[in-house]
Design a protein around this ligand. Structure first.
Ligand code: NAD
Length: 452
Protein backbone atom coordinates (compact mmCIF):
# COMPACT_ATOMS: atom_id res chain seq x y z
CA UNK A 1 0.00 0.00 0.00
CA UNK A 2 2.85 2.34 0.86
CA UNK A 3 4.40 1.78 -2.56
CA UNK A 4 1.12 2.71 -4.25
CA UNK A 5 0.80 5.89 -2.22
CA UNK A 6 4.45 6.84 -2.73
CA UNK A 7 4.23 6.34 -6.48
CA UNK A 8 1.06 8.47 -6.61
CA UNK A 9 2.80 11.17 -4.54
CA UNK A 10 5.67 11.23 -7.05
CA UNK A 11 3.21 11.45 -9.94
CA UNK A 12 1.32 14.24 -8.22
CA UNK A 13 4.56 16.17 -7.72
CA UNK A 14 5.21 15.96 -11.47
CA UNK A 15 2.42 18.58 -11.85
CA UNK A 16 0.63 16.72 -14.64
CA UNK A 17 -2.67 16.78 -12.78
CA UNK A 18 -2.46 20.57 -12.40
CA UNK A 19 -3.34 20.87 -16.08
CA UNK A 20 -7.10 21.17 -16.42
CA UNK A 21 -7.03 19.63 -19.92
CA UNK A 22 -5.30 16.56 -18.52
CA UNK A 23 -8.10 16.21 -15.95
CA UNK A 24 -10.83 16.60 -18.57
CA UNK A 25 -9.18 14.00 -20.81
CA UNK A 26 -8.91 11.53 -17.94
CA UNK A 27 -12.57 12.04 -17.00
CA UNK A 28 -13.66 11.55 -20.60
CA UNK A 29 -11.55 8.43 -20.75
CA UNK A 30 -13.25 7.10 -17.62
CA UNK A 31 -16.66 7.75 -19.15
CA UNK A 32 -15.67 5.98 -22.38
CA UNK A 33 -14.40 2.95 -20.48
CA UNK A 34 -17.65 2.71 -18.54
CA UNK A 35 -19.75 3.14 -21.67
CA UNK A 36 -17.79 0.55 -23.61
CA UNK A 37 -18.11 -1.96 -20.78
CA UNK A 38 -21.66 -1.27 -19.65
CA UNK A 39 -22.81 -4.83 -20.40
CA UNK A 40 -20.10 -6.28 -18.15
CA UNK A 41 -20.96 -3.78 -15.43
CA UNK A 42 -24.60 -4.90 -15.64
CA UNK A 43 -23.67 -8.58 -15.49
CA UNK A 44 -21.43 -8.12 -12.46
CA UNK A 45 -23.90 -6.20 -10.37
CA UNK A 46 -26.69 -8.62 -11.29
CA UNK A 47 -24.63 -11.51 -10.03
CA UNK A 48 -24.00 -9.67 -6.76
CA UNK A 49 -27.58 -8.83 -5.85
CA UNK A 50 -29.80 -9.21 -8.89
CA UNK A 51 -29.81 -5.53 -9.65
CA UNK A 52 -31.28 -5.09 -13.13
CA UNK A 53 -29.57 -3.19 -15.91
CA UNK A 54 -32.43 -0.67 -15.87
CA UNK A 55 -31.93 0.14 -12.18
CA UNK A 56 -28.15 0.06 -12.54
CA UNK A 57 -28.31 2.63 -15.29
CA UNK A 58 -30.88 4.85 -13.57
CA UNK A 59 -29.59 4.72 -9.99
CA UNK A 60 -25.85 4.32 -10.59
CA UNK A 61 -24.35 5.00 -14.02
CA UNK A 62 -26.62 7.92 -14.97
CA UNK A 63 -25.40 9.88 -11.95
CA UNK A 64 -21.76 9.02 -12.66
CA UNK A 65 -22.11 10.18 -16.30
CA UNK A 66 -23.91 13.31 -15.18
CA UNK A 67 -21.13 14.17 -12.70
CA UNK A 68 -18.44 13.52 -15.32
CA UNK A 69 -20.22 15.72 -17.88
CA UNK A 70 -20.71 18.50 -15.35
CA UNK A 71 -17.08 18.35 -14.20
CA UNK A 72 -15.75 18.41 -17.80
CA UNK A 73 -17.94 21.42 -18.57
CA UNK A 74 -17.26 23.38 -15.41
CA UNK A 75 -13.81 22.39 -14.17
CA UNK A 76 -12.06 25.27 -15.95
CA UNK A 77 -14.31 27.73 -14.18
CA UNK A 78 -14.07 25.96 -10.83
CA UNK A 79 -10.28 25.92 -10.92
CA UNK A 80 -9.85 29.52 -11.96
CA UNK A 81 -8.07 31.90 -9.60
CA UNK A 82 -10.69 33.91 -7.72
CA UNK A 83 -10.18 37.57 -6.99
CA UNK A 84 -10.74 38.78 -3.44
CA UNK A 85 -10.97 42.31 -2.04
CA UNK A 86 -7.93 43.69 -0.28
CA UNK A 87 -8.35 45.24 3.15
CA UNK A 88 -7.36 48.86 3.59
CA UNK A 89 -4.24 48.13 5.67
CA UNK A 90 -2.74 46.12 2.82
CA UNK A 91 -3.43 48.54 -0.02
CA UNK A 92 -2.14 48.76 -2.66
CA UNK A 93 -2.21 45.04 -3.41
CA UNK A 94 -4.06 42.28 -5.18
CA UNK A 95 -5.65 39.45 -3.21
CA UNK A 96 -6.73 36.17 -4.70
CA UNK A 97 -7.60 32.58 -3.96
CA UNK A 98 -5.93 29.77 -5.87
CA UNK A 99 -7.80 26.44 -5.93
CA UNK A 100 -5.17 23.78 -5.37
CA UNK A 101 -5.54 19.98 -5.44
CA UNK A 102 -4.92 18.26 -2.12
CA UNK A 103 -2.65 15.54 -3.51
CA UNK A 104 -3.21 11.80 -3.16
CA UNK A 105 -6.66 10.85 -1.94
CA UNK A 106 -8.23 7.63 -0.74
CA UNK A 107 -11.87 6.86 -1.53
CA UNK A 108 -13.46 4.04 0.46
CA UNK A 109 -16.98 3.11 -0.56
CA UNK A 110 -19.90 1.04 0.65
CA UNK A 111 -21.70 -1.76 -1.15
CA UNK A 112 -25.24 -0.53 -1.67
CA UNK A 113 -24.65 1.44 -4.89
CA UNK A 114 -21.22 0.01 -5.67
CA UNK A 115 -20.54 1.89 -8.91
CA UNK A 116 -22.04 5.24 -8.09
CA UNK A 117 -20.70 5.53 -4.53
CA UNK A 118 -17.22 4.53 -5.71
CA UNK A 119 -16.99 6.59 -8.86
CA UNK A 120 -18.72 9.88 -8.03
CA UNK A 121 -16.17 10.81 -5.32
CA UNK A 122 -13.38 9.67 -7.67
CA UNK A 123 -14.73 11.97 -10.39
CA UNK A 124 -14.69 14.92 -7.96
CA UNK A 125 -11.19 14.03 -6.77
CA UNK A 126 -9.79 13.79 -10.32
CA UNK A 127 -11.62 16.94 -11.45
CA UNK A 128 -9.94 18.80 -8.60
CA UNK A 129 -6.52 17.61 -9.83
CA UNK A 130 -5.75 14.86 -7.33
CA UNK A 131 -4.57 11.32 -7.87
CA UNK A 132 -6.77 8.66 -6.29
CA UNK A 133 -6.81 5.22 -4.75
CA UNK A 134 -10.26 3.63 -4.71
CA UNK A 135 -11.17 0.86 -2.27
CA UNK A 136 -14.65 -0.41 -3.19
CA UNK A 137 -16.64 -2.53 -0.76
CA UNK A 138 -15.76 -6.21 -0.91
CA UNK A 139 -19.35 -7.35 -0.35
CA UNK A 140 -20.56 -7.05 -3.97
CA UNK A 141 -17.61 -9.13 -5.10
CA UNK A 142 -18.17 -9.01 -8.86
CA UNK A 143 -18.87 -5.28 -8.91
CA UNK A 144 -15.65 -4.68 -7.00
CA UNK A 145 -13.71 -6.94 -9.44
CA UNK A 146 -15.04 -5.27 -12.55
CA UNK A 147 -14.19 -1.81 -11.22
CA UNK A 148 -10.67 -2.98 -10.41
CA UNK A 149 -10.29 -4.71 -13.75
CA UNK A 150 -11.50 -1.79 -15.87
CA UNK A 151 -9.65 0.93 -14.01
CA UNK A 152 -6.40 -0.91 -13.36
CA UNK A 153 -6.18 -2.07 -16.96
CA UNK A 154 -6.76 1.38 -18.42
CA UNK A 155 -5.25 3.89 -16.03
CA UNK A 156 -1.72 4.57 -14.91
CA UNK A 157 -1.67 3.25 -11.29
CA UNK A 158 0.36 6.27 -10.30
CA UNK A 159 -2.71 8.33 -11.16
CA UNK A 160 -5.74 6.14 -10.41
CA UNK A 161 -5.69 2.73 -8.82
CA UNK A 162 -8.33 0.37 -7.42
CA UNK A 163 -7.31 -1.70 -4.43
CA UNK A 164 -9.70 -4.52 -3.65
CA UNK A 165 -10.16 -6.03 -0.23
CA UNK A 166 -11.90 -6.04 3.11
CA UNK A 167 -10.90 -5.08 6.63
CA UNK A 168 -7.15 -5.95 6.50
CA UNK A 169 -6.55 -4.09 3.24
CA UNK A 170 -8.64 -1.09 4.31
CA UNK A 171 -6.86 -0.98 7.66
CA UNK A 172 -3.53 -0.84 5.91
CA UNK A 173 -4.75 1.86 3.57
CA UNK A 174 -6.20 4.16 6.22
CA UNK A 175 -2.88 4.12 8.04
CA UNK A 176 -1.03 5.56 5.02
CA UNK A 177 -0.25 9.26 4.71
CA UNK A 178 -2.92 10.27 2.25
CA UNK A 179 -3.80 13.91 1.73
CA UNK A 180 -7.50 13.14 2.20
CA UNK A 181 -9.73 10.19 2.99
CA UNK A 182 -13.25 10.15 1.64
CA UNK A 183 -15.25 7.43 3.35
CA UNK A 184 -18.78 6.18 2.66
CA UNK A 185 -20.15 3.60 5.07
CA UNK A 186 -21.37 2.95 8.57
CA UNK A 187 -20.93 5.13 11.63
CA UNK A 188 -18.98 2.36 13.40
CA UNK A 189 -16.36 2.08 10.63
CA UNK A 190 -16.43 5.86 10.11
CA UNK A 191 -15.08 6.19 13.65
CA UNK A 192 -12.24 3.76 12.87
CA UNK A 193 -11.33 5.70 9.73
CA UNK A 194 -11.50 9.05 11.51
CA UNK A 195 -9.23 7.81 14.30
CA UNK A 196 -6.63 6.35 11.93
CA UNK A 197 -6.66 9.52 9.80
CA UNK A 198 -6.19 11.72 12.87
CA UNK A 199 -2.89 9.98 13.66
CA UNK A 200 -1.47 11.25 10.36
CA UNK A 201 -3.39 14.56 10.41
CA UNK A 202 -5.28 13.46 7.29
CA UNK A 203 -8.52 15.38 6.67
CA UNK A 204 -11.62 13.24 6.18
CA UNK A 205 -15.04 13.38 4.66
CA UNK A 206 -17.40 10.89 6.24
CA UNK A 207 -20.57 9.97 4.36
CA UNK A 208 -22.45 7.92 6.94
CA UNK A 209 -26.00 6.86 7.63
CA UNK A 210 -28.77 7.27 10.17
CA UNK A 211 -32.51 6.88 10.68
CA UNK A 212 -34.21 9.14 8.15
CA UNK A 213 -37.72 10.21 9.14
CA UNK A 214 -40.59 10.96 6.74
CA UNK A 215 -43.40 13.08 8.18
CA UNK A 216 -46.94 13.04 6.76
CA UNK A 217 -49.12 15.85 8.10
CA UNK A 218 -52.92 15.97 8.11
CA UNK A 219 -52.83 18.58 5.37
CA UNK A 220 -50.85 16.83 2.63
CA UNK A 221 -51.39 15.37 -0.81
CA UNK A 222 -51.52 11.84 0.53
CA UNK A 223 -51.90 10.04 -2.80
CA UNK A 224 -48.87 11.57 -4.50
CA UNK A 225 -46.88 11.61 -1.26
CA UNK A 226 -47.40 7.91 -0.56
CA UNK A 227 -46.55 7.00 -4.17
CA UNK A 228 -43.25 8.88 -3.92
CA UNK A 229 -42.49 7.49 -0.47
CA UNK A 230 -43.06 3.86 -1.46
CA UNK A 231 -40.79 4.20 -4.48
CA UNK A 232 -38.08 5.83 -2.35
CA UNK A 233 -38.33 3.29 0.46
CA UNK A 234 -38.24 0.12 -1.64
CA UNK A 235 -35.73 1.30 -4.24
CA UNK A 236 -32.74 -1.06 -3.92
CA UNK A 237 -34.88 -3.03 -1.40
CA UNK A 238 -34.45 -0.23 1.12
CA UNK A 239 -30.65 -0.51 1.02
CA UNK A 240 -30.24 3.20 0.34
CA UNK A 241 -28.55 5.62 2.74
CA UNK A 242 -31.13 8.34 2.03
CA UNK A 243 -34.15 6.01 2.07
CA UNK A 244 -36.93 7.00 4.46
CA UNK A 245 -36.24 4.79 7.48
CA UNK A 246 -39.59 5.29 9.23
CA UNK A 247 -42.78 7.30 8.83
CA UNK A 248 -44.44 9.64 11.30
CA UNK A 249 -48.04 10.01 10.18
CA UNK A 250 -50.78 12.19 11.63
CA UNK A 251 -53.43 10.14 13.42
CA UNK A 252 -56.23 11.57 11.24
CA UNK A 253 -54.68 10.28 7.98
CA UNK A 254 -53.00 7.10 9.20
CA UNK A 255 -55.74 4.73 8.02
CA UNK A 256 -55.80 6.24 4.54
CA UNK A 257 -51.98 6.34 4.49
CA UNK A 258 -51.77 2.59 5.15
CA UNK A 259 -54.45 1.81 2.56
CA UNK A 260 -52.64 3.84 -0.09
CA UNK A 261 -49.23 2.44 0.88
CA UNK A 262 -50.41 -1.16 0.44
CA UNK A 263 -52.11 -0.32 -2.83
CA UNK A 264 -48.94 1.37 -4.08
CA UNK A 265 -46.74 -1.60 -3.09
CA UNK A 266 -49.10 -3.95 -4.90
CA UNK A 267 -49.22 -1.77 -7.99
CA UNK A 268 -45.42 -1.56 -8.05
CA UNK A 269 -45.09 -5.38 -8.09
CA UNK A 270 -41.59 -5.25 -6.63
CA UNK A 271 -39.62 -8.14 -8.07
CA UNK A 272 -36.32 -8.96 -9.75
CA UNK A 273 -38.28 -9.78 -12.92
CA UNK A 274 -39.83 -6.30 -12.96
CA UNK A 275 -36.36 -4.73 -12.59
CA UNK A 276 -37.45 -2.84 -9.48
CA UNK A 277 -36.23 -4.97 -6.59
CA UNK A 278 -32.88 -6.41 -5.49
CA UNK A 279 -31.62 -9.07 -3.11
CA UNK A 280 -30.46 -8.30 0.39
CA UNK A 281 -26.71 -8.09 0.04
CA UNK A 282 -25.71 -11.12 2.13
CA UNK A 283 -26.84 -13.70 4.71
CA UNK A 284 -25.72 -11.63 7.66
CA UNK A 285 -27.82 -8.65 6.56
CA UNK A 286 -30.97 -10.67 5.82
CA UNK A 287 -30.76 -12.34 9.24
CA UNK A 288 -30.31 -8.95 10.89
CA UNK A 289 -33.39 -7.62 9.09
CA UNK A 290 -35.51 -10.63 10.02
CA UNK A 291 -34.53 -10.15 13.66
CA UNK A 292 -35.73 -6.54 13.44
CA UNK A 293 -39.26 -7.55 12.34
CA UNK A 294 -41.56 -7.99 15.31
CA UNK A 295 -44.20 -10.47 14.07
CA UNK A 296 -46.87 -8.74 16.16
CA UNK A 297 -46.28 -5.45 14.36
CA UNK A 298 -46.45 -6.74 10.78
CA UNK A 299 -49.31 -4.91 9.10
CA UNK A 300 -48.38 -5.93 5.58
CA UNK A 301 -45.72 -8.22 4.06
CA UNK A 302 -43.27 -9.88 6.41
CA UNK A 303 -42.50 -12.80 4.10
CA UNK A 304 -38.92 -13.72 3.30
CA UNK A 305 -36.75 -16.38 1.74
CA UNK A 306 -33.27 -16.93 3.12
CA UNK A 307 -32.01 -18.84 0.13
CA UNK A 308 -32.76 -16.15 -2.44
CA UNK A 309 -32.06 -13.41 0.15
CA UNK A 310 -35.48 -11.88 -0.45
CA UNK A 311 -37.69 -9.92 1.97
CA UNK A 312 -41.16 -8.78 0.90
CA UNK A 313 -41.85 -5.06 1.16
CA UNK A 314 -43.08 -4.84 4.73
CA UNK A 315 -45.04 -2.31 6.78
CA UNK A 316 -45.01 -2.38 10.57
CA UNK A 317 -47.57 -0.53 12.70
CA UNK A 318 -48.06 0.05 16.44
CA UNK A 319 -44.34 0.85 16.55
CA UNK A 320 -42.91 3.03 19.32
CA UNK A 321 -39.56 4.79 19.57
CA UNK A 322 -38.57 2.29 22.27
CA UNK A 323 -38.85 -0.72 19.92
CA UNK A 324 -35.81 -2.63 18.78
CA UNK A 325 -36.35 -1.55 15.14
CA UNK A 326 -36.14 2.11 16.13
CA UNK A 327 -32.68 1.73 17.69
CA UNK A 328 -30.68 1.18 14.48
CA UNK A 329 -30.69 2.15 10.81
CA UNK A 330 -32.93 -0.42 9.07
CA UNK A 331 -31.29 -0.40 5.62
CA UNK A 332 -33.81 -2.86 4.23
CA UNK A 333 -37.41 -3.12 2.94
CA UNK A 334 -39.16 -2.68 6.28
CA UNK A 335 -41.17 0.46 6.97
CA UNK A 336 -42.24 1.21 10.54
CA UNK A 337 -45.20 3.59 10.77
CA UNK A 338 -45.65 5.65 13.94
CA UNK A 339 -48.70 7.87 14.44
CA UNK A 340 -48.63 11.29 16.07
CA UNK A 341 -51.23 13.83 17.12
CA UNK A 342 -49.23 16.99 17.58
CA UNK A 343 -46.71 18.11 14.94
CA UNK A 344 -44.57 20.00 17.47
CA UNK A 345 -44.29 16.88 19.60
CA UNK A 346 -43.35 14.85 16.49
CA UNK A 347 -40.69 17.39 15.53
CA UNK A 348 -39.41 17.42 19.14
CA UNK A 349 -39.11 13.63 18.96
CA UNK A 350 -36.96 13.86 15.79
CA UNK A 351 -34.86 16.60 17.36
CA UNK A 352 -34.18 14.41 20.40
CA UNK A 353 -32.53 11.80 18.14
CA UNK A 354 -29.13 12.00 16.41
CA UNK A 355 -29.24 14.22 13.29
CA UNK A 356 -30.12 11.98 10.35
CA UNK A 357 -28.60 12.01 6.86
CA UNK A 358 -31.99 12.85 5.33
CA UNK A 359 -35.43 13.98 6.40
CA UNK A 360 -38.66 14.23 4.40
CA UNK A 361 -41.81 16.22 4.90
CA UNK A 362 -45.11 15.64 3.10
CA UNK A 363 -47.39 18.62 3.66
CA UNK A 364 -49.13 21.62 2.14
CA UNK A 365 -48.83 23.60 5.33
CA UNK A 366 -46.36 26.47 4.97
CA UNK A 367 -45.90 26.90 8.75
CA UNK A 368 -44.80 23.27 9.07
CA UNK A 369 -42.54 23.66 6.02
CA UNK A 370 -40.85 26.55 7.80
CA UNK A 371 -40.34 24.52 10.95
CA UNK A 372 -38.85 21.73 8.80
CA UNK A 373 -36.45 24.16 7.12
CA UNK A 374 -35.33 25.99 10.23
CA UNK A 375 -35.80 23.79 13.28
CA UNK A 376 -34.74 20.25 12.39
CA UNK A 377 -31.10 19.33 11.91
CA UNK A 378 -30.38 16.85 9.08
CA UNK A 379 -27.93 16.41 6.18
CA UNK A 380 -30.38 17.16 3.37
CA UNK A 381 -33.92 16.35 2.46
CA UNK A 382 -37.03 17.11 0.48
CA UNK A 383 -40.54 18.48 0.80
CA UNK A 384 -43.23 16.34 -0.82
CA UNK A 385 -40.52 14.10 -2.28
CA UNK A 386 -37.94 11.61 -1.04
CA UNK A 387 -34.45 10.49 -2.17
CA UNK A 388 -34.59 12.59 -5.37
CA UNK A 389 -32.59 15.44 -3.81
CA UNK A 390 -29.58 13.14 -4.19
CA UNK A 391 -29.45 13.47 -7.97
CA UNK A 392 -29.50 17.26 -8.06
CA UNK A 393 -25.78 17.95 -8.35
CA UNK A 394 -26.36 21.63 -7.63
CA UNK A 395 -27.15 20.64 -4.04
CA UNK A 396 -24.44 19.59 -1.59
CA UNK A 397 -24.83 16.01 -0.41
CA UNK A 398 -23.62 15.02 3.04
CA UNK A 399 -24.55 14.47 6.64
CA UNK A 400 -24.26 16.37 9.89
CA UNK A 401 -22.97 15.14 13.24
CA UNK A 402 -23.30 11.36 13.41
CA UNK A 403 -24.59 11.13 9.82
CA UNK A 404 -21.32 12.50 8.50
CA UNK A 405 -19.10 15.47 7.83
CA UNK A 406 -18.34 17.25 4.58
CA UNK A 407 -20.34 17.13 1.38
CA UNK A 408 -19.93 16.48 -2.33
CA UNK A 409 -21.66 16.34 -5.76
CA UNK A 410 -21.07 18.87 -8.54
CA UNK A 411 -19.01 21.86 -7.46
CA UNK A 412 -19.30 20.81 -3.82
CA UNK A 413 -17.36 17.67 -4.74
CA UNK A 414 -14.67 19.74 -6.43
CA UNK A 415 -14.44 21.95 -3.33
CA UNK A 416 -14.24 18.90 -1.09
CA UNK A 417 -11.01 17.80 -2.77
CA UNK A 418 -9.53 21.29 -3.15
CA UNK A 419 -7.51 23.53 -0.92
CA UNK A 420 -8.26 27.22 -1.40
CA UNK A 421 -4.85 28.85 -1.13
CA UNK A 422 -4.92 32.55 -0.36
CA UNK A 423 -2.33 34.96 -1.72
CA UNK A 424 -1.70 38.61 -1.00
CA UNK A 425 0.28 40.06 -3.88
CA UNK A 426 1.88 43.46 -3.18
CA UNK A 427 3.78 45.76 -5.49
CA UNK A 428 7.05 47.24 -4.28
CA UNK A 429 6.64 50.76 -5.64
CA UNK A 430 4.83 51.84 -2.48
CA UNK A 431 5.83 51.32 1.12
CA UNK A 432 4.07 52.68 4.17
CA UNK A 433 5.99 52.92 7.41
CA UNK A 434 2.96 52.46 9.56
CA UNK A 435 3.74 48.93 10.77
CA UNK A 436 7.42 49.55 11.39
CA UNK A 437 9.28 50.82 14.41
CA UNK A 438 9.11 53.41 15.96
CA UNK A 439 5.59 52.90 17.33
CA UNK A 440 4.42 56.51 17.56
CA UNK A 441 1.15 57.84 18.95
CA UNK A 442 0.27 59.32 15.55
CA UNK A 443 0.66 55.91 13.91
CA UNK A 444 -1.59 54.32 16.50
CA UNK A 445 -4.27 56.96 15.95
CA UNK A 446 -4.09 56.35 12.21
CA UNK A 447 -4.24 52.54 12.61
CA UNK A 448 -7.24 52.89 14.91
CA UNK A 449 -8.93 55.17 12.38
CA UNK A 450 -8.32 52.68 9.56
CA UNK A 451 -9.41 49.66 11.58
CA UNK A 452 -12.33 50.97 13.53
P1 NAD B 1 -19.25 -0.46 6.25
O1 NAD B 1 -18.88 0.66 7.16
O2 NAD B 1 -19.38 -1.81 6.81
O3 NAD B 1 -18.19 -0.58 5.05
C1 NAD B 1 -17.74 0.53 4.33
C2 NAD B 1 -16.31 0.30 3.87
O4 NAD B 1 -15.47 0.15 4.99
C3 NAD B 1 -16.12 -0.94 3.01
O5 NAD B 1 -15.30 -0.60 1.92
C4 NAD B 1 -15.45 -1.93 3.94
O6 NAD B 1 -14.55 -2.77 3.27
C5 NAD B 1 -14.71 -1.05 4.92
N1 NAD B 1 -14.63 -1.62 6.26
C6 NAD B 1 -15.57 -2.39 6.88
N2 NAD B 1 -15.17 -2.70 8.14
C7 NAD B 1 -13.98 -2.09 8.32
C8 NAD B 1 -13.06 -2.02 9.42
N3 NAD B 1 -13.30 -2.64 10.56
N4 NAD B 1 -11.92 -1.31 9.24
C9 NAD B 1 -11.65 -0.68 8.10
N5 NAD B 1 -12.49 -0.72 7.02
C10 NAD B 1 -13.63 -1.41 7.13
O7 NAD B 1 -20.59 0.05 5.56
P2 NAD B 1 -21.49 -0.69 4.50
O8 NAD B 1 -22.17 -1.84 5.15
O9 NAD B 1 -20.72 -0.91 3.26
O10 NAD B 1 -22.56 0.43 4.15
C11 NAD B 1 -23.72 0.64 4.89
C12 NAD B 1 -23.67 1.93 5.65
O11 NAD B 1 -23.19 2.97 4.84
C13 NAD B 1 -25.04 2.40 6.11
O12 NAD B 1 -24.95 2.92 7.40
C14 NAD B 1 -25.40 3.49 5.13
O13 NAD B 1 -26.31 4.44 5.62
C15 NAD B 1 -24.07 4.08 4.88
N6 NAD B 1 -24.06 4.74 3.59
C16 NAD B 1 -23.93 6.09 3.55
C17 NAD B 1 -23.96 6.72 2.34
C18 NAD B 1 -23.80 8.20 2.23
O14 NAD B 1 -23.60 8.65 1.12
N7 NAD B 1 -23.89 8.95 3.30
C19 NAD B 1 -24.11 5.98 1.16
C20 NAD B 1 -24.24 4.62 1.26
C21 NAD B 1 -24.22 3.99 2.47
Amino acid sequence: MKKIVDSQKAFFRSNQTRDVHFRINQLKKLKNILKENEQDLYKSIYSDFKKSSYETYVSELAHVYHEINMACKKVKKWSRIKKAKTNIMNLPAKSYVVPQPLGVVLVISSWNFPYMLSLVPVVSALAAGNTAVLKPSELPESSSHILAQLINKNFNPEYLKVVEGGIPETTELINQKFDKIFFTGSIAVGKIVYEAAAKNMVPVTLELGGKNPAIFTENCNLKTGVKRLIWAKFLNAGQTCVAPDYVLVHKSVKKEFLKLAISEIEKSRFSYENSNYVQIINDQHIKRLIRLMDQMQIHYGGGYDLESRHIDPTILTEVTFEDHIMQEEIFGPILPVIEYENIDAAIAQIKSKPSPLACYLFTNDSTIKNKFRHEISFGGGAINEAVMQFINSNLPFGGIGPSGMGSYHGEYGFKNFTHYKSILDRPTWFESNIKYFPHTKAKLILIKKLVE
